[in-house]
Design a protein around this ligand. Structure first.
Ligand code: ZN
Length: 266
């Protein structure tokens, strides 16, 4: 009696399994372990090495680190001053040392302003000027970035004393994300790499970050090509290398013209 129903069901089931397997095979095409792209599209040779005075520490949720679409690999490929410490590693304590032991650095957390009722003891938000200059002359600004889904990021901040005790900085408005290989529910959200590049541009000047932005664009275009979101792996002509902000928030012009850069004191 059940046979007339069972056969069509079996057919549908086999078809969908076949489709899933096809998708799975494409997904498992050999990828470069460093850049996350298919080996034929590997971008590692194009990664610039950009030495910056502003250290970065990424607090990365362990569940996110192996995803090919994770953008922290773009930062570590380009920035020798970028360290990663992982949260929720089975059997391992979280190690905040990369941003608590460096005494000469004024660390702050890059984090969107939230009204998280469970973080009642959060220190203050920094304005753009203070973020850029640090609290005093002989300390460098250091930036801590949280990497994971939005829910993971909020949870990490809530649970980790070392994060909760840091002053926070929220990026000023900028262009919408180019990293569309992950769906963003909120157009204001962006990848960890983009947020970090923009924050660094405020401290170091947009020009210094242009090679990193260019590499980010290259990886983005190739990743979007892999996901069939672009028809070729080439970077679209309309994608700028500029790390764009509202002009009033780019303070480098003001500083370079004032002649009071820290390096002049020798
Ligand atoms: Zn590669």
């Amino acid at each position: 009696m059940a046979v007339p129903w069972a056969l069509p069901w079996l057919k549908v089931s086999l078809l969908s399994t076949h489709r899933e397997m096809g998708g799975q095979r494409r997904f498992q095409a050999t990828r470069c372990q460093r850049c996350g792209l298919h080996e034929t599209l590997c971008a590692c040779e194009s990664a610039p090495r950009v030495e910056l005075g502003t250290p970065i520490v990424v607090v990365q949720h362990n569940k996110d680190c192996r995803k090919p679409t994770n953008t922290v690999r773009i930062l570590t490929a380009c920035l020798p001053n970028c360290a990663v410490t992982r949260y929720a590693v089975r059997g391992a304590e979280f190690d905040p040392a990369p941003f608590t032991s460096a005494g000469e650095v004024d660390w702050c957390l890059l984090f969107p302003r939230t009204d998280d009722a469970q973080v009642t003891d959060a220190p203050r938000q920094l304005g753009v000027d203070e973020f850029r200059r640090g609290s005093c002359r002989d300390r460098r600004r250091g930036i801590v970035v949280v990497d994971g889904t939005w829910a993971q990021a909020r949870r990490m901040r809530r649970r980790l004393d070392a994060l909760r005790s840091l002053p926070t900085f929220q990026l000023p408005p900028g262009p919408v994300t180019r990293w569309t290989v992950r769906s963003q529910s909120d157009p204001g959200r962006m990848s960890t790499a983009e947020a970090t590049i923009r924050a660094l541009a405020i401290c170091e000047g947009a020009t210094a970050l242009r090679p990193v932005q260019r590499y980010f664009n290259l990886v983005s275009a190739r990743m979007m090509f892999m996901k069939s979101a672009l028809s070729t792996p080439e970077v679209p002509a309309e994608w700028s290398d500029d790390v764009i902000f509202e002009e009033s928030l780019i303070l480098e012009e003001r500083d370079t013209s004032s002649g009071t850069t820290d390096t002049s004191s020798g």
